[in-house]
Design a protein around this ligand. Structure first.
Ligand SMILES: [Zn+2]
Ligand SMILES: [Zn+2]
Length: 249
């Protein structure tokens, strides 16, 4: 760890982990209760903190979207119980995610995880009876993982596991590369995830599983992950699969 000798003589300048500007404590409410993610969010400058488009009042009770939700209405069969997302996927949030994905900056990672913590607290509030002993992440395609060197969803899931006392387990495999989703129509995306994932092993442990992904578009990725996780569970288990998303497009 590098020693900051300057820091011994002058008060450390607090730099906002997102924009790098001086971050004085801002009078912007932080909607997360857990102290570690709260502290992370408090390290943002006022303008970055103000720019977070929290989904504080979900309209769709299934996926937690801020607007009425055609996808959830259209879906006749669903394998996950419910999911919650932290923020709307605005241009600003796209920039934040890009900043993290392409530079792998740890400070940005902590902020994104702290935002996902909001979604987790909303999920607990939406289903107060549920326990969440396990968390896993939607895996990246192997070629993507080689390119990037890390799976952002996995990193965020590991942070949440530490903060909320859950066990992180890699339970899913990605089987083949899907074409770039943006090239397809929404309708074909909804059906197209089938066959993309597999469970890493038959899970004999009991308890609900939380599946984390960075961005929720139609919910078909999450639903397919939930389907294979349920299939790999003991038939008698009353396991439920829940979704946790950093952003909702
Ligand atoms: Zn900032
Ligand atoms: Zn919905």
């Amino acid at each position: 760890m590098p020693i900051n000798i300057g820091g011994w003589f002058a008060p450390t300048k607090r730099e906002c982990p997102i924009c790098g500007r001086d971050s004085r404590p801002a009078a912007v409410p932080i909607p997360v209760k857990n102290s570690a993610p709260r502290k992370a969010l408090a390290s943002l400058c006022g303008s970055c903190l103000q720019n977070i488009p929290w989904i504080a009042n979900p309209v769709c009770r299934v996926c937690g979207r801020a607007e009425l939700c055609e996808d959830c209405v259209r879906r006749t069969e669903r394998f996950y119980a419910i999911s919650r997302c932290a923020v709307r996927y605005t241009d600003e949030m796209k920039n934040w995610l890009a900043l993290y994905k392409y530079r792998g900056n740890e400070g940005v990672e902590t902020i994104l995880a702290a935002m996902a913590a909001f979604a987790f607290e909303r999920l607990r509030a939406a289903d107060p009876q549920a326990h969440f002993p396990f968390i896993t992440a939607v895996p990246l395609a192997p070629e993507r993982l080689r390119e990037r060197g890390f799976n952002q969803a996995e990193r965020l899931a590991i942070r949440l596991a530490q903060w909320y006392g859950m066990t992180y387990q890699p339970l899913l495999l990605r089987l083949r590369h899907t074409e770039k989703q943006s090239l397809k129509t929404r309708r074909s995306r909804v059906v197209d995830m089938k066959g993309n994932f597999a469970a890493t092993h038959r899970s004999s442990f009991s308890g609900n599983i939380l599946v984390l992904d960075d961005v929720y578009t139609t919910g078909s990725t999450l639903d397919e992950c939930a389907r294979v996780l349920l299939q790999a569970s003991e038939p008698q288990s009353e396991r439920r699969i829940y979704g946790l998303l950093w952003a909702r497009s």
